[in-house]
Design a protein around this ligand. Structure first.
Ligand SMILES: Nc1ncnc2c1ncn2[C@@H]1O[C@H](COP(=O)(O)OP(=O)(O)OP(=O)(O)O)[C@@H](O)[C@H]1O
Length: 463
């Protein structure tokens, strides 16, 4: 449903869009300064909104301005809109149909419209430019998969084929797949790389059957120097697609061409996939991507922040996010974008309170399941005391301090209330817990050894 046509004067824009636009404009003005704003963004007007696709048009007086705003503010505008008014899922910046013609000077400078690789060659893969090895942060959870991916992409010959990468959602499988494709093509310009999801494989195969073009389909896939198939779990239970997939795999591998497959689960858990496909997979290398640990999450945030210039995030906030958002990297990335957009819009400084407010839902969903029992075990082991001392009445320093550390960590790492925590430490009062938390906070700031202990314990507990 299109509410209005871009560039027509009588465009009726619904009130919520108007209100959101005002907020976004105010944020942009604050963010980029009055000069840039007045020169480039002030003339922008709301165009049509398509309620079905969620696409909003922003209309500039000329094509040149539309291109400039697209390249300098396109992503930021889209992000701001999605944040302020989530029904807006995409933003299209366009020139007014009856806008002024660009001056000759501007024509000289006009930026040629970028064409996607697919527009140049419909069979060329459309890789996401952001998904490269250079932007993939490596840690314990993904180093085997990443090394294998790099080897497959760059080595003159590989000892394993296919490469099967598996892991839960949002852990970087697609990122690695695109990185392989781009890196392979850079080393071998002109090579034939075919990249598709298993779902697309199925859809295209069925279409080829219907259009009597299976020869064409087979030819396109089997002649690939590198074939990348994402989310293979999709073809579970689809027998004829699997039959075709098996022959494709076979031909690629026998011809010494390279094949990479990703899946959300390990081969042995792929129910509904033919045994001969699974056995073919086991000829190659199976690499998993585990959930990112605290260290890796910290490094990923740092890397993403480096790509968001102008976003000032204090160390305490970075650590807070790494600690609290552990479900997936996609979620971590989403949280960072949301914080950046809100900070831009409201002009507020980013601190922990701000982040707690902006991410309330995400943080709730990510509530860790670390138990007080685990904390007590880990702390007792670390300080080499008996776990029973966590609940005992002994006040000797060698047991009292570790007990306080465990109470402090229980407050930091679990959602339990102070009285709850007190009860779990031998029925102590909540004021004892408050005292422990304050005491450890104070000591931590002055005692680097204690600080290091707490960091280590936090890392171990968060896995
Ligand atoms: N190690 C990493 N370094 C940098 N960015 C990462 C890393 N891992 C994941 N990401 C980012 O997290 C987001 C989600 O990753 P990706 O789409 O590759 O996940 P996926 O495993 O394919 O998930 P799904 O199974 O849901 O498709 C992407 O934006 C990706 O760039």
């Amino acid at each position: 449903m299109c509410l209005s046509d871009a560039g027509t004067e009588a465009a009726h824009v619904p009130a919520p869009l108007e209100a959101a636009w005002e907020t976004i404009r105010a944020g942009l003005r604050r963010d980029c300064g009055a000069r840039t704003f007045d020169g480039w963004l002030k003339p922008a007007e709301l165009g049509g909104f398509d309620g079905e696709s969620g696409e909003l048009e922003i209309v500039m007086p000329s094509q040149f301005m539309a291109d400039w705003v697209q390249s300098h503010f396109g992503e930021r505008l889209a992000l701001a809109w999605r944040t302020v008014l989530p029904i807006v899922r995409g933003v299209k910046i366009m020139a007014a149909l009856d806008g002024p013609k660009p001056s000759p000077l501007l024509v000289l400078e006009e930026i040629p419209a970028a064409r996607t690789p697919q527009e140049r060659d419909p069979s060329a893969p459309n890789f996401d430019q952001r998904y490269r090895f250079e932007t993939f942060v490596v840690g314990k959870a993904n180093e085997v998969a990443c090394t294998a991916a790099r080897t497959l992409a760059t080595a003159d010959s590989v000892a394993f084929n296919p490469l099967f990468i598996h892991g839960g959602t949002g852990r970087g499988k697609t990122h690695l797949l695109h990185a392989i494709g781009q890196s392979f093509l850079e080393r071998r310009p002109g090579a034939r790389v075919v990249s598709m999801s298993a779902e697309k494989f199925m859809v295209e195969f069925i279409r080829a059957l219907r259009e009597n073009d299976t020869i064409g389909f087979k030819g396109r896939l089997r002649s690939a120097d590198l074939l990348l198939i994402d989310d293979v779990q999709f073809i579970a239970g689809k027998d004829s697609t699997q039959e075709e997939f098996f022959h494709t795999m076979n031909e690629i591998i026998t011809a010494g061409r390279r094949l990479v497959i990703t899946s959300d689960r390990a081969p042995q858990d792929l129910d509904g996939i033919a045994p001969r496909i699974l056995s073919r997979l086991s000829w190659g290398l199976v690499a998993d991507i585990n959930p990112a640990d605290y260290e890796l999450r910290l490094n990923i945030i740092d890397a993403k922040l480096a790509a968001l210039p102008g976003v000032e995030m204090p160390r305490a906030v970075v650590e807070f996010l790494a600690r609290r958002i552990s479900s997936s990297i996609r979620e971590l990335e989403g949280a960072l974008n949301r914080i950046a957009a809100y900070a831009m819009m409201t002009g507020r400084a980013i601190d922990v309170a701000f982040v707690e407010e902006v991410l309330a839902n995400v943080l709730r969903a990510n509530q860790r399941r670390i138990s007080i029992d685990e904390i007590q075990t880990q702390v007792a082991e670390h300080y080499r005391i008996r776990k029973a001392e966590m609940t005992s009445a002994r006040r000797a320093r060698e047991v009292a301090r570790p007990r306080q550390v465990a109470m402090y960590l229980s407050k930091q790492l679990t959602p339990k209330s102070l009285p709850d925590i007190g009860r779990r430490f031998g029925g102590r009062d909540h004021t004892t817990v408050i005292h422990a938390v304050k005491q450890i906070e104070r000591l931590r700031a002055a005692d680097s050894e204690l600080d290091a202990d707490i960091r280590l314990l936090t890392r171990q507990l968060e896995g």
